[in-house]
Design a protein around this ligand. Structure first.
Ligand SMILES: *Cc1c(COP(=O)(O)O)cnc(C)c1O
Length: 350
Protein backbone atom coordinates (compact mmCIF):
# COMPACT_ATOMS: atom_id res chain seq x y z
CA UNK A 1 0.00 0.00 0.00
CA UNK A 2 1.17 3.49 -0.87
CA UNK A 3 1.02 6.35 1.60
CA UNK A 4 -0.63 9.50 0.39
CA UNK A 5 2.57 11.48 0.97
CA UNK A 6 4.59 9.14 -1.22
CA UNK A 7 1.94 9.21 -3.91
CA UNK A 8 1.73 13.02 -3.86
CA UNK A 9 5.49 13.32 -4.08
CA UNK A 10 5.80 10.85 -6.90
CA UNK A 11 3.14 12.55 -8.98
CA UNK A 12 4.17 16.03 -7.77
CA UNK A 13 0.76 17.17 -6.61
CA UNK A 14 0.22 19.76 -3.94
CA UNK A 15 -1.02 17.56 -1.13
CA UNK A 16 -1.83 20.33 1.38
CA UNK A 17 -5.42 21.02 0.21
CA UNK A 18 -6.05 17.27 0.04
CA UNK A 19 -4.85 16.45 3.54
CA UNK A 20 -8.18 17.23 5.25
CA UNK A 21 -9.87 15.05 2.62
CA UNK A 22 -7.53 12.15 3.29
CA UNK A 23 -7.96 12.70 7.03
CA UNK A 24 -11.72 12.29 6.71
CA UNK A 25 -11.70 9.66 3.97
CA UNK A 26 -8.35 7.81 4.00
CA UNK A 27 -6.40 7.35 0.80
CA UNK A 28 -5.79 3.74 -0.13
CA UNK A 29 -4.08 2.52 -3.28
CA UNK A 30 -1.87 -0.44 -4.12
CA UNK A 31 1.08 -0.52 -6.48
CA UNK A 32 -0.70 -2.62 -9.12
CA UNK A 33 -3.63 -0.24 -9.55
CA UNK A 34 -1.37 2.81 -9.38
CA UNK A 35 0.53 1.24 -12.28
CA UNK A 36 -2.59 1.59 -14.44
CA UNK A 37 -2.45 5.38 -14.16
CA UNK A 38 -0.97 6.83 -17.32
CA UNK A 39 -1.53 10.54 -16.73
CA UNK A 40 -2.92 12.73 -13.99
CA UNK A 41 -6.68 13.06 -14.10
CA UNK A 42 -7.06 9.95 -16.24
CA UNK A 43 -10.01 7.59 -15.52
CA UNK A 44 -7.94 5.48 -13.10
CA UNK A 45 -6.62 8.53 -11.27
CA UNK A 46 -10.09 10.02 -10.83
CA UNK A 47 -11.34 6.87 -9.14
CA UNK A 48 -8.67 6.79 -6.42
CA UNK A 49 -7.16 10.25 -5.81
CA UNK A 50 -8.82 12.43 -3.16
CA UNK A 51 -10.63 15.56 -4.33
CA UNK A 52 -11.53 18.60 -2.23
CA UNK A 53 -15.14 18.31 -3.42
CA UNK A 54 -15.48 15.23 -1.20
CA UNK A 55 -15.62 17.51 1.83
CA UNK A 56 -16.83 20.80 0.34
CA UNK A 57 -19.99 19.36 -1.20
CA UNK A 58 -22.64 19.12 1.49
CA UNK A 59 -25.33 17.33 -0.51
CA UNK A 60 -26.12 13.65 -0.22
CA UNK A 61 -26.33 11.18 2.64
CA UNK A 62 -23.76 9.38 4.77
CA UNK A 63 -25.73 6.16 4.35
CA UNK A 64 -27.87 6.63 1.22
CA UNK A 65 -29.22 3.08 1.19
CA UNK A 66 -30.12 3.09 4.90
CA UNK A 67 -27.98 0.02 5.41
CA UNK A 68 -27.37 0.74 9.08
CA UNK A 69 -31.09 1.10 9.69
CA UNK A 70 -31.88 -2.08 7.78
CA UNK A 71 -29.21 -4.07 9.62
CA UNK A 72 -30.69 -7.00 11.48
CA UNK A 73 -27.41 -8.13 13.05
CA UNK A 74 -23.98 -6.49 12.96
CA UNK A 75 -23.04 -6.02 9.28
CA UNK A 76 -26.05 -7.95 8.01
CA UNK A 77 -28.52 -6.03 5.81
CA UNK A 78 -31.90 -7.63 5.14
CA UNK A 79 -33.74 -5.61 2.52
CA UNK A 80 -35.41 -8.18 0.26
CA UNK A 81 -37.34 -11.14 1.67
CA UNK A 82 -35.28 -13.96 0.18
CA UNK A 83 -31.73 -12.64 0.28
CA UNK A 84 -29.33 -10.84 2.57
CA UNK A 85 -26.24 -8.71 2.20
CA UNK A 86 -23.48 -9.54 4.66
CA UNK A 87 -20.62 -7.06 4.96
CA UNK A 88 -17.95 -9.47 6.12
CA UNK A 89 -14.93 -7.21 5.79
CA UNK A 90 -14.17 -3.51 6.09
CA UNK A 91 -10.97 -3.60 4.05
CA UNK A 92 -10.59 -3.11 0.32
CA UNK A 93 -7.72 -3.34 -2.15
CA UNK A 94 -8.15 0.41 -2.65
CA UNK A 95 -10.53 3.18 -1.74
CA UNK A 96 -12.78 4.20 -4.64
CA UNK A 97 -13.51 7.85 -3.94
CA UNK A 98 -17.15 7.39 -5.01
CA UNK A 99 -17.70 4.45 -2.64
CA UNK A 100 -21.22 4.15 -1.26
CA UNK A 101 -19.79 2.85 2.03
CA UNK A 102 -17.04 5.42 2.54
CA UNK A 103 -18.60 6.16 5.92
CA UNK A 104 -17.23 2.78 7.03
CA UNK A 105 -13.66 3.11 5.76
CA UNK A 106 -11.18 2.08 8.42
CA UNK A 107 -8.10 4.15 9.16
CA UNK A 108 -5.16 2.51 7.50
CA UNK A 109 -2.98 2.27 10.58
CA UNK A 110 -1.52 -1.09 9.59
CA UNK A 111 -2.94 -2.83 12.65
CA UNK A 112 -4.11 -6.41 12.17
CA UNK A 113 -7.83 -6.90 11.70
CA UNK A 114 -9.82 -8.11 14.65
CA UNK A 115 -11.72 -11.21 13.54
CA UNK A 116 -15.42 -10.40 13.16
CA UNK A 117 -18.05 -12.04 15.32
CA UNK A 118 -19.82 -14.28 12.81
CA UNK A 119 -22.36 -15.81 15.13
CA UNK A 120 -25.15 -13.18 15.17
CA UNK A 121 -25.38 -13.04 11.37
CA UNK A 122 -25.16 -16.82 10.97
CA UNK A 123 -27.86 -17.32 13.62
CA UNK A 124 -30.13 -14.80 11.92
CA UNK A 125 -29.75 -16.52 8.54
CA UNK A 126 -30.13 -20.01 10.02
CA UNK A 127 -33.40 -19.07 11.72
CA UNK A 128 -35.05 -17.83 8.51
CA UNK A 129 -35.83 -20.39 5.84
CA UNK A 130 -36.88 -17.74 3.34
CA UNK A 131 -33.24 -16.66 2.96
CA UNK A 132 -32.00 -18.66 -0.02
CA UNK A 133 -29.31 -16.30 -1.35
CA UNK A 134 -26.51 -14.75 0.70
CA UNK A 135 -24.42 -11.98 -0.77
CA UNK A 136 -21.03 -11.42 0.85
CA UNK A 137 -19.59 -7.98 0.36
CA UNK A 138 -17.75 -5.36 2.34
CA UNK A 139 -15.12 -4.10 2.02
CA UNK A 140 -13.84 -7.04 0.08
CA UNK A 141 -14.49 -10.64 1.12
CA UNK A 142 -11.62 -11.89 -1.07
CA UNK A 143 -9.15 -9.95 1.12
CA UNK A 144 -10.12 -11.83 4.27
CA UNK A 145 -7.59 -14.35 5.52
CA UNK A 146 -8.31 -17.46 3.48
CA UNK A 147 -9.13 -19.65 6.51
CA UNK A 148 -11.66 -17.10 7.71
CA UNK A 149 -13.43 -16.86 4.34
CA UNK A 150 -13.37 -20.65 4.16
CA UNK A 151 -15.00 -20.82 7.59
CA UNK A 152 -17.70 -18.28 6.65
CA UNK A 153 -18.55 -20.18 3.46
CA UNK A 154 -18.52 -23.54 5.24
CA UNK A 155 -20.88 -22.31 7.95
CA UNK A 156 -23.23 -20.84 5.33
CA UNK A 157 -23.22 -24.15 3.46
CA UNK A 158 -24.20 -25.91 6.68
CA UNK A 159 -27.48 -23.96 6.55
CA UNK A 160 -29.71 -26.13 4.40
CA UNK A 161 -31.93 -23.37 3.00
CA UNK A 162 -29.03 -21.22 1.75
CA UNK A 163 -28.92 -22.31 -1.87
CA UNK A 164 -26.85 -19.64 -3.55
CA UNK A 165 -23.82 -17.74 -2.29
CA UNK A 166 -22.57 -14.63 -4.02
CA UNK A 167 -19.41 -12.64 -3.42
CA UNK A 168 -19.02 -9.01 -4.46
CA UNK A 169 -15.36 -8.12 -4.96
CA UNK A 170 -13.02 -5.71 -6.63
CA UNK A 171 -9.94 -7.88 -6.05
CA UNK A 172 -9.76 -9.59 -9.49
CA UNK A 173 -9.76 -6.10 -11.02
CA UNK A 174 -7.90 -4.05 -8.41
CA UNK A 175 -5.43 -6.55 -6.95
CA UNK A 176 -5.43 -9.51 -9.34
CA UNK A 177 -2.26 -10.97 -7.85
CA UNK A 178 -4.30 -11.94 -4.79
CA UNK A 179 -6.40 -14.40 -6.83
CA UNK A 180 -4.39 -17.59 -6.45
CA UNK A 181 -5.12 -21.12 -7.63
CA UNK A 182 -5.38 -22.00 -3.96
CA UNK A 183 -8.06 -19.38 -3.36
CA UNK A 184 -10.00 -20.56 -6.42
CA UNK A 185 -9.78 -24.18 -5.23
CA UNK A 186 -11.04 -23.19 -1.81
CA UNK A 187 -13.97 -21.24 -3.30
CA UNK A 188 -14.88 -24.10 -5.62
CA UNK A 189 -15.85 -26.24 -2.62
CA UNK A 190 -18.91 -24.06 -2.11
CA UNK A 191 -20.82 -24.17 -5.38
CA UNK A 192 -23.21 -22.75 -6.46
CA UNK A 193 -21.03 -19.72 -5.83
CA UNK A 194 -21.12 -16.59 -7.97
CA UNK A 195 -18.71 -13.66 -7.99
CA UNK A 196 -19.61 -10.17 -9.13
CA UNK A 197 -16.56 -8.06 -9.85
CA UNK A 198 -16.44 -4.27 -9.81
CA UNK A 199 -14.91 -3.11 -13.13
CA UNK A 200 -15.38 0.46 -14.36
CA UNK A 201 -13.05 1.10 -17.28
CA UNK A 202 -11.43 -0.84 -20.15
CA UNK A 203 -7.99 0.19 -18.81
CA UNK A 204 -8.72 -2.13 -15.86
CA UNK A 205 -8.76 -5.13 -18.19
CA UNK A 206 -5.13 -6.20 -18.28
CA UNK A 207 -3.29 -9.46 -18.68
CA UNK A 208 -3.23 -9.76 -14.90
CA UNK A 209 -6.92 -9.08 -14.31
CA UNK A 210 -7.87 -11.34 -17.24
CA UNK A 211 -5.75 -14.11 -15.68
CA UNK A 212 -7.43 -13.63 -12.28
CA UNK A 213 -10.85 -13.92 -13.91
CA UNK A 214 -9.75 -16.98 -15.83
CA UNK A 215 -8.52 -18.64 -12.63
CA UNK A 216 -11.94 -18.12 -11.04
CA UNK A 217 -13.91 -19.09 -14.15
CA UNK A 218 -11.90 -22.30 -14.50
CA UNK A 219 -12.86 -23.12 -10.92
CA UNK A 220 -16.46 -23.14 -12.18
CA UNK A 221 -17.44 -19.78 -10.72
CA UNK A 222 -19.79 -17.75 -12.93
CA UNK A 223 -18.49 -14.19 -13.04
CA UNK A 224 -20.52 -11.01 -13.39
CA UNK A 225 -19.57 -7.36 -13.29
CA UNK A 226 -21.07 -4.41 -11.51
CA UNK A 227 -20.02 -1.14 -13.08
CA UNK A 228 -20.71 2.27 -11.60
CA UNK A 229 -21.56 4.99 -14.09
CA UNK A 230 -19.06 7.76 -13.27
CA UNK A 231 -18.85 11.25 -14.64
CA UNK A 232 -15.52 11.87 -16.34
CA UNK A 233 -14.52 8.22 -15.97
CA UNK A 234 -16.78 6.06 -18.10
CA UNK A 235 -19.87 8.11 -19.02
CA UNK A 236 -19.65 7.56 -22.75
CA UNK A 237 -21.07 4.92 -25.04
CA UNK A 238 -17.66 4.23 -26.62
CA UNK A 239 -15.97 3.52 -23.29
CA UNK A 240 -18.81 1.37 -21.96
CA UNK A 241 -19.24 -0.53 -25.25
CA UNK A 242 -15.56 -1.43 -25.10
CA UNK A 243 -15.71 -2.30 -21.41
CA UNK A 244 -18.76 -4.55 -21.67
CA UNK A 245 -17.53 -6.30 -24.77
CA UNK A 246 -14.06 -6.90 -23.33
CA UNK A 247 -15.55 -8.15 -20.06
CA UNK A 248 -17.49 -10.74 -21.99
CA UNK A 249 -14.25 -11.75 -23.72
CA UNK A 250 -12.64 -12.47 -20.33
CA UNK A 251 -15.70 -14.52 -19.29
CA UNK A 252 -17.27 -11.81 -17.13
CA UNK A 253 -20.94 -11.20 -17.86
CA UNK A 254 -22.00 -7.54 -17.35
CA UNK A 255 -24.72 -7.66 -14.69
CA UNK A 256 -25.43 -4.15 -13.45
CA UNK A 257 -24.58 -0.64 -14.61
CA UNK A 258 -25.29 1.36 -11.48
CA UNK A 259 -26.38 4.95 -11.17
CA UNK A 260 -24.15 6.68 -8.60
CA UNK A 261 -25.74 6.54 -5.17
CA UNK A 262 -26.57 9.80 -3.38
CA UNK A 263 -23.56 9.38 -1.11
CA UNK A 264 -22.24 12.47 0.69
CA UNK A 265 -19.23 14.00 -1.03
CA UNK A 266 -19.61 12.16 -4.33
CA UNK A 267 -21.82 14.54 -6.31
CA UNK A 268 -18.98 15.33 -8.72
CA UNK A 269 -19.12 11.73 -9.95
CA UNK A 270 -22.88 11.66 -10.52
CA UNK A 271 -24.38 11.76 -14.01
CA UNK A 272 -27.96 12.81 -14.76
CA UNK A 273 -30.32 9.80 -14.99
CA UNK A 274 -30.83 10.55 -18.67
CA UNK A 275 -27.14 9.90 -19.37
CA UNK A 276 -27.39 6.26 -18.35
CA UNK A 277 -30.59 5.80 -20.35
CA UNK A 278 -29.10 7.41 -23.43
CA UNK A 279 -25.99 5.21 -23.25
CA UNK A 280 -28.18 2.13 -22.85
CA UNK A 281 -30.25 3.13 -25.87
CA UNK A 282 -27.12 3.66 -27.96
CA UNK A 283 -25.65 0.30 -26.94
CA UNK A 284 -28.81 -1.76 -27.43
CA UNK A 285 -28.35 -4.15 -30.38
CA UNK A 286 -24.97 -2.60 -31.14
CA UNK A 287 -23.16 -4.84 -28.68
CA UNK A 288 -24.09 -8.45 -27.91
CA UNK A 289 -27.19 -8.79 -25.81
CA UNK A 290 -25.04 -10.91 -23.50
CA UNK A 291 -22.79 -7.87 -22.92
CA UNK A 292 -25.70 -5.59 -21.93
CA UNK A 293 -26.10 -4.98 -18.20
CA UNK A 294 -29.23 -3.72 -16.53
CA UNK A 295 -29.12 -0.04 -15.61
CA UNK A 296 -30.21 0.22 -11.99
CA UNK A 297 -30.82 2.96 -9.49
CA UNK A 298 -30.51 1.97 -5.85
CA UNK A 299 -33.36 3.94 -4.32
CA UNK A 300 -32.61 6.16 -1.33
CA UNK A 301 -33.66 4.89 2.06
CA UNK A 302 -33.15 1.24 1.11
CA UNK A 303 -36.22 0.96 -1.09
CA UNK A 304 -34.43 -1.44 -3.43
CA UNK A 305 -32.88 -1.44 -6.85
CA UNK A 306 -34.93 -0.04 -9.69
CA UNK A 307 -34.02 -1.10 -13.24
CA UNK A 308 -34.57 1.61 -15.84
CA UNK A 309 -34.94 1.15 -19.59
CA UNK A 310 -35.13 3.82 -22.28
CA UNK A 311 -38.70 4.06 -23.52
CA UNK A 312 -38.80 3.02 -27.16
CA UNK A 313 -42.60 3.05 -27.44
CA UNK A 314 -44.10 5.96 -29.33
CA UNK A 315 -47.74 5.05 -29.38
CA UNK A 316 -50.15 2.29 -28.41
CA UNK A 317 -53.54 2.15 -30.17
CA UNK A 318 -56.16 -0.58 -30.52
CA UNK A 319 -54.45 -2.16 -33.49
CA UNK A 320 -50.78 -1.70 -32.95
CA UNK A 321 -47.85 -0.60 -30.86
CA UNK A 322 -45.59 1.86 -32.65
CA UNK A 323 -41.98 1.69 -31.52
CA UNK A 324 -38.64 3.09 -32.47
CA UNK A 325 -36.06 0.40 -33.13
CA UNK A 326 -32.35 0.63 -32.33
CA UNK A 327 -31.56 2.48 -35.57
CA UNK A 328 -34.30 5.03 -34.88
CA UNK A 329 -36.74 3.64 -37.43
CA UNK A 330 -40.41 3.59 -36.61
CA UNK A 331 -41.89 0.07 -36.60
CA UNK A 332 -45.38 -1.27 -35.96
CA UNK A 333 -46.11 -4.37 -33.91
CA UNK A 334 -49.65 -5.71 -34.38
CA UNK A 335 -51.86 -6.06 -31.30
CA UNK A 336 -54.68 -8.54 -30.78
CA UNK A 337 -58.10 -7.22 -29.87
CA UNK A 338 -58.13 -6.12 -26.21
CA UNK A 339 -54.38 -6.40 -25.83
CA UNK A 340 -53.78 -2.64 -25.73
CA UNK A 341 -55.40 -2.01 -22.34
CA UNK A 342 -53.16 -4.29 -20.34
CA UNK A 343 -50.13 -3.20 -22.31
CA UNK A 344 -50.79 0.44 -21.49
CA UNK A 345 -51.15 -0.35 -17.82
CA UNK A 346 -47.90 -2.33 -17.76
CA UNK A 347 -46.11 0.45 -19.59
CA UNK A 348 -47.40 2.93 -17.00
CA UNK A 349 -48.85 5.15 -19.67
CA UNK A 350 -52.10 5.61 -17.86
C1 LIG B 1 -28.06 -5.13 -4.14
C2 LIG B 1 -28.53 -5.80 -2.93
C3 LIG B 1 -28.91 -7.15 -2.95
C4 LIG B 1 -28.84 -7.99 -4.19
O1 LIG B 1 -29.69 -7.51 -5.18
P1 LIG B 1 -29.83 -8.26 -6.59
O2 LIG B 1 -30.66 -7.33 -7.37
O3 LIG B 1 -30.45 -9.59 -6.31
O4 LIG B 1 -28.43 -8.42 -7.13
C5 LIG B 1 -29.39 -7.70 -1.79
N1 LIG B 1 -29.49 -6.99 -0.65
C6 LIG B 1 -29.13 -5.70 -0.59
C7 LIG B 1 -29.28 -4.97 0.70
C8 LIG B 1 -28.62 -5.06 -1.72
O5 LIG B 1 -28.23 -3.79 -1.65
Amino acid sequence: MLSFDDFAQKWSIDSAPLEPVAARYPFRLNGYFEGLITTREDPIWKQVVPDTREISDLSGFEDPLAEEELSVAPNLVHRYPNRVLWLVNDRCALHCRFCTRKRRWPDDDGSPQTPPDLKPALDYIARREQIVDVLLSGGDPLLLPEELLDEILRKLREIRHVQVIRIGSRVPCAMPGAVSQRLARMLSKFHPLYINIHFNHPAEITEASARACSTLAKAGIPLGSQTVLLRGVNDSQEILAELFHRLLAIRVRPYYLMQMDLTAGTAHFRTPLGTGLKILRMLRNRISGLAMPQFVVDLPGGRGKLPLLPNMIREINDRQMIVRNYTGHSCAYPLLRGEAEELKVEMARL
